[in-house]
Design a protein around this ligand. Structure first.
Ligand code: CA
Length: 487
């Protein structure tokens, strides 16, 4: 419980009316100063969305990590805002990404499971009825680049270039091995089972390529290069690292930094986090050197909580881990920077969601972007500037359909149900979700149960089989990895 959020950074907390007025005043000064700069403010802002994979809540410096220095990730936090209550929409990879990239609860369109790697299945991934952020930004003339892990469908109709992205560099499945010598499969049709897809060669757009760098370094390099390439356009860089997701593999350059860590698993994990941190530094330096930082929203978060037993991650004081609807599964390290727009050293403590990234960048392009659906996120900037008071979300919801689990957050309260069981926690004084209050507050529990059921009634059943159905799927689809005759 000692890892208190960002105590060492002495952030500005937006908690009082006075501080909001001060921030508003500072914001006005910034706006007046920035307005004098030529050109910059006329162009739509860029978005650099940096996603880590299976990173623990307490494994970044800005959330109190002591054994893994993350000075570059911390730069985003120090120069912008730390969200101490930042959530993703699911406790594992695929659905969390589907929610974030559409700005909608993924259960609305049945993306309620981690998809299988099934390159011949047009329904195994993000339904074409949905609009990705890259598609939404097309009408505002953004160049959008997906780098790293996709995990939203491997069928040719579901790949990044079909979903609004200008460029793609990475891999289609839910994970990948990290060293080039392991990438022995020429393409997706040489794969014979789910996890063999971790061994395919990388894709640049639609072409398989030879790559020589450690995977995380290659992804960072590409991000920096695409920022350079598209510096004259508004751009959206979606940098989806697969580190520090298993398999735990790190290069000696990073391992050498962690000789002080005795636990072997934690040592490799730390090296993988450090490789991301170097990459974040490369991206931030590139934005600085090109003079783009004032016009670029940079977001950093993890796609779900750390699976502590699998990769030796640490969710600190939070209960549970990846897969759980306890805080350890869904509350993640989350920070945002927009130089001149978001006051440096801010800490924001109200619950916010990965859904809000979509809404925030779209709001900067009002009039230019036509949304296909109503979205569930909100523009966070007015809350950070103090222009809007109150909370961005009265309620947030989560669902694990196959486990019969629902959860919701309302104010300080966290309510969870599993079939007929229910639990109520007050996170304000029980962050570890240890003391169930259902017996003490039955009326409140009933009120939240009804709200949860109302939300769930708007959601769809899953539209594809997930990881747990791997062997059944194979029986039903003997052509799962068969190369189509047209290729
Ligand atoms: Ca993940």
């Amino acid at each position: 419980m000692s890892k208190v959020v960002s105590a060492q950074l002495s952030p500005i907390r937006i908690t009082s009316k006075v501080s909001r007025q001060v921030l508003l005043f500072i914001g006005c000064l910034c706006f007046a100063a920035c307005g004098d700069q030529a050109g910059q403010t006329d162009q739509a802002p860029n978005l650099v969305l940096i996603l880590a994979d299976d990173l623990g809540y307490a494994d970044v410096g800005f959330n109190g990590c002591e054994d893994i220095p993350t000075p570059n990730i911390d730069r985003i936090a120090k120069e912008g805002v730390i969200f101490s209550n930042g959530y993703v929409t699911w406790a594992a990879c695929g659905p969390s990404r589907a929610g974030m990239i559409t700005g909608r609860y993924q259960d609305r369109f049945g993306f309620s499971r981690n998809p299988l790697f099934a390159p011949n299945d047009p329904n195994m991934g993000l339904p074409l009825s949905e609009q990705t952020l890259a598609e939404a930004l097309q009408s505002a003339h953004y160049k959008s680049v997906a780098i790293g892990k996709w995990h939203l469908g491997a069928h040719p109709t579901q790949r990044p270039l079909e979903r609004g992205f200008t460029d793609f560099f990475g891999f289609l499945t839910g994970g990948h091995r990290y060293f080039p010598e392991d990438w022995t499969l020429a393409d997706e049709y040489e794969v014979a089972s789910q996890y063999q897809a971790y061994r395919t060669k990388l894709l640049r757009n639609e072409n398989r390529i030879e790559e020589e760098e450690y995977l995380t370094d290659a992804l960072s390099r590409e991000a920096a290069q695409y920022i350079d390439k598209y510096q004259e356009d508004p751009f959206f860089i979606y940098l989806a690292y697969n580190a520090p997701h298993a398999p735990l593999q790190a290069s000696s350059k990073y391992l050498e930094r962690f000789e002080h860590i005795e636990n072997r698993k934690r040592k490799i994990y730390a090296a993988m986090v450090s490789s991301i941190d170097d990459g974040v530094g490369r991206v931030l330096d590139q934005l600085d050197s090109l003079g783009l930082s004032d016009n670029t929203l940079v977001v950093f978060l993890s796609d779900n909580g750390g699976p502590e037993r699998v990769n030796a991650s640490d969710n600190g004081p939070l209960r549970g881990q990846k897969g759980d609807l306890f805080e350890g599964g869904i509350r993640v390290p989350f920070a945002m920077r927009w130089t001149g727009k978001i006051s440096a050293g801010t800490q924001y403590d109200q619950p916010i969601s990965a859904l809000d990234i979509f809404a925030t960048i779209v709001a900067q392009n009002s009039g230019q972007v036509k949304l296909k659906h109503s979205i569930d996120g909100v523009n966070l900037l007015p809350y950070l500037s103090g222009e809007k008071t109150g909370v961005p979300h009265d309620q947030l919801f989560w669902r694990r359909h196959d486990q019969g689990k629902l959860a919701m957050r309302q104010g300080d309260l966290k309510f969870q149900t599993r079939d007929t069981s229910s639990f109520l926690f007050n996170l304000k004084n029980d962050l570890g979700e240890e003391t169930d209050l259902v017996g003490q507050e039955p009326e409140k529990a009933q009120e939240l149960r009804l709200a949860q059921e109302q939300w769930n009634s708007q959601m769809m059943d899953p539209v594809f089989m997930g990881l747990a159905f791997d062997s059944i799927y194979n029986v039903l689809h003997p052509d799962r990895f068969t190369r189509p005759e047209s290729q």
